[in-house]
Design a binder for this molecule. Structure first.
Ligand SMILES: [Zn+2]
Ligand SMILES: [Zn+2]
Length: 398
């Protein structure tokens, strides 16, 4: 019931070289400097960091949340927990209303009966991501499963009480009504898979939109808007996010989607309080290279994994394109530490407290502070995950 952790503690604003974390009944009771009491768990020359929080994740270990069964949900959650992610927001893809509803029901069932050592990362809510994407920006999602938002459909999802993050392309008919319904539910509202112009974004901002999914991926740029709308060239989602302090965003720092200079640029422009690390991981995480379905197992679109990233091979008429990541947040943390000028506590913040704040769960998780859940990760000095504790219970290694 009562455990003492000792080591270099990564706190939200600093690193405490010799600190202790006292855990009682799954919660952090106290975080202290020094002391002589013998520790139950010692991080040695490594670090103790808060469990990672992933606000954009599709699956892992062969399972996609859109498979829509409690077992698939648990399989993905266990895969992420073993790699240091203690809180997830399972993320929908495009799909039929039945497939989205089935996913929500499966997540609800797992959340209701959740046990830390058995079920893996805790579900804090669902990220309603697909199906409200722009037709020209679906990326690797099945285009048949995308549509414009209607209250008849999205109100059903919001009524589950499970949706905490809500994405819609700002330019779609019905987007504003969607954002207002999401705001009434106090969701983090995000624009993604979109060709929005600056004026689309400004309208969305008024309706409550404050975040953009995977920066530079499946979003508008000055060049893409010029191709759509001609001249004068228009400002895009990119400029809107960089120009507004209230806007946050996220990067897929797997080393495959974005070059190191873009990761550093995003960090320098937005800062650790407005930039989240996400995996956007698909079911190929933790699986051998091969061919997999993105989204529902019965009719999701096919992609390939080479063990480093998901991709759709090119054809004579279409160049190859990326299809989300196959690695966990611990890899993103190491890549950000290597690519950016951010101190380690800020890198860790981008994978824990910042996403927790943006998703409205920072009172409960995201940092080593008394009163929060004892979601702790031991990293070695090279930032590799060694041991993971969820509400004070050790997660079995996979
Ligand atoms: Zn996406
Ligand atoms: Zn995604």
């Amino acid at each position: 019931m009562n455990m003492l952790f000792r080591g270099r503690l990564v706190l939200p604003d600093s690193i405490l070289p010799n600190g202790t974390v006292e855990v009682i009944r799954g919660r952090i009771q106290a975080v202290r400097r020094g002391g002589t009491r013998a520790a139950d768990i010692d991080a040695g020359d490594g670090y103790i960091v808060p469990g990672f929080v992933d606000i954009h994740v599709h699956g892992g270990a062969g399972a996609d949340y859109m498979d829509g069964t409690p077992e698939a949900v648990r399989t993905a959650n266990r895969a992420h927990a073993a790699r240091g992610t203690t809180t997830v927001f399972p993320t929908t893809t495009t799909g039929s209303p039945e497939q989205v509803s089935r996913m929500l029901a499966a997540c609800k069932a797992v959340k209701r009966t959740w046990k830390p050592a058995r079920d893996g990362a805790r579900i804090a809510g669902v990220h309603l991501y697909g199906p409200y994407f722009a037709a020209d920006k679906v990326g690797c999602h099945a285009v048949e499963g995308r549509r414009d938002p209607t209250p008849e459909e999205f109100n059903q999802y919001f009524e589950t009480g499970l949706v905490r993050i809500a994405t819609c392309a700002a330019e779609l008919p019905g987007a504003e009504a969607f954002y207002r319904a999401a705001r009434a539910r106090r969701c983090l509202i995000t624009c993604g898979h979109s060709s929005a112009t600056w004026s689309d974004m400004a309208r969305a901002f008024t309706a409550g939109m404050r975040h953009v999914d995977h920066f530079w991926c499946a979003m508008s740029s000055v060049a893409s808007l010029r191709a759509l709308h001609g001249t004068p060239m228009q400002a895009s989602m990119e400029q809107f996010v960089l120009a507004h302090e209230a806007m946050s965003t996220e990067v897929i720092a797997d080393g495959q989607h974005l070059a190191p200079e873009l990761l550093n640029f995003a960090y320098r422009m937005k800062g650790a309080h407005r930039l989240c690390l996400v995996t956007d991981a698909n079911r190929a995480l933790g699986m051998p290279p091969g061919r997999y379905r993105f989204g529902p197992r019965e009719d999701g679109s096919w992609f390939e994994s080479n063990g480093l990233v998901g991709f759709v091979p090119g054809t004579t008429s279409q160049p190859a394109s990326l299809a989300s990541s196959v690695v966990a947040l611990e890899t993103m943390v190491r890549n950000m530490a290597a690519a950016t000028s951010a101190p380690l506590h800020e890198v860790v913040r981008m994978a824990s407290l910042t996403p927790a704040e943006r998703a409205g769960i920072a009172r409960d998780v995201g940092s080593l502070e008394s009163g929060k859940r004892a979601d702790l990760v031991l990293l070695d000095k090279d930032l590799r995950v060694r041991r993971v504790f969820l509400a004070g219970c050790e997660v079995p290694a996979t």
